[in-house]
Design a protein. Structure first.
Length: 257
């Protein structure tokens, strides 16, 4: 059985790194086809994995299952690439995927086969945050992008009502308490009703190397909202800056804005 979907760099270009994407609640790999294709167009090898089927309320088994899924993804990409895994390796998670990655990075050792050079956490929910049960209400919480709303609505495998319950407190406590040493990019929409902006800002300050990006007008599915092009560009900028000790290749010294 296939647990992943791949997006490859254009033929003839050197692959600049590997990105493993973990979806959020209710989502499928198809939810990230546009996102994966856009990063791949910038010469990154992208693999979108199924989130683990384990119940996140049982935190330890859930994190174990997530670690196994990441190991399978990393080993699979490495086996398919003549020179081994293209690095840097960056893990990207949204919603439950973001919480799971943050908690896993807080609890695991850096010797793990899936241990990344950086992580991108998008739409990390706040404690007790939940959406309405009606599908239209959930769509409004997720995204106002008409194309992505169509993708979610037309995908029979999307689990509707997945945001109606809050994520387990123990999992979120572990996620927000992470002090993992690797660079982090935290992404949150300023119109995300499930986000705790203050908690995310605190997490960005306490992580040793973190950049917090607030996306104007974006909702919970910040990777797939109306601003998806700008968000993808921000992620690519972060990926490229990893090569230069997080110093961006381009800086603005004067501005007419």
């Amino acid at each position: 059985m296939t647990y992943s979907t791949d997006h490859h760099a254009p033929e003839g270009l050197r692959t600049r790194g590997t990105v493993i994407v973990v979806p959020g609640r209710g989502e499928t790999r198809a939810s990230y086809a546009r996102f994966g294709s856009r990063l791949a167009h910038d010469a990154y090898r992208v693999r979108v994995v199924d989130p683990p089927a384990a119940d996140p309320a049982a935190v330890a088994p859930f994190l174990d299952a997530l670690a196994r899924r990441l190991s399978e993804a990393v080993e699979g990409v490495a086996a398919e690439t003549p020179d081994g895994l293209p690095r840097p390796l960056v893990l990207v998670g949204s919603d439950l995927g973001a919480a799971g990655l943050a908690a896993l990075l807080a609890s695991e050792a850096s010797e793990a086969v899936w241990w990344p050079q950086a992580a991108v956490l998008a739409g990390l929910p706040g404690h007790g945050a939940r959406a309405g049960c009606r599908w239209e209400d959930e769509l409004d919480v997720r995204t106002h992008c008409p194309t992505h709303r169509g993708v979610l609505t037309g995908d029979a495998a999307v689990r509707r009502g997945a945001l109606a319950g809050a994520l387990p407190r123990e999992l979120l406590d572990a996620a927000y308490a992470s002090r993992a040493e690797i660079p982090h990019l935290l992404l949150v929409g300023d119109a995300d009703p499930l986000a705790d902006r203050a908690a995310i800002a605190r997490a960005a300050r306490t992580l040793p190397k973190a950049r917090l990006t607030v996306v104007r007008g974006a909702h919970h599915d910040v990777l797939n909202d109306v601003q998806h092009r700008s968000v993808a560009a921000e992620i690519v900028t972060f990926l490229e800056a990893l090569r230069e000790e997080l110093i961006p290749a381009v800086t603005v010294e004067t501005s007419a804005w």
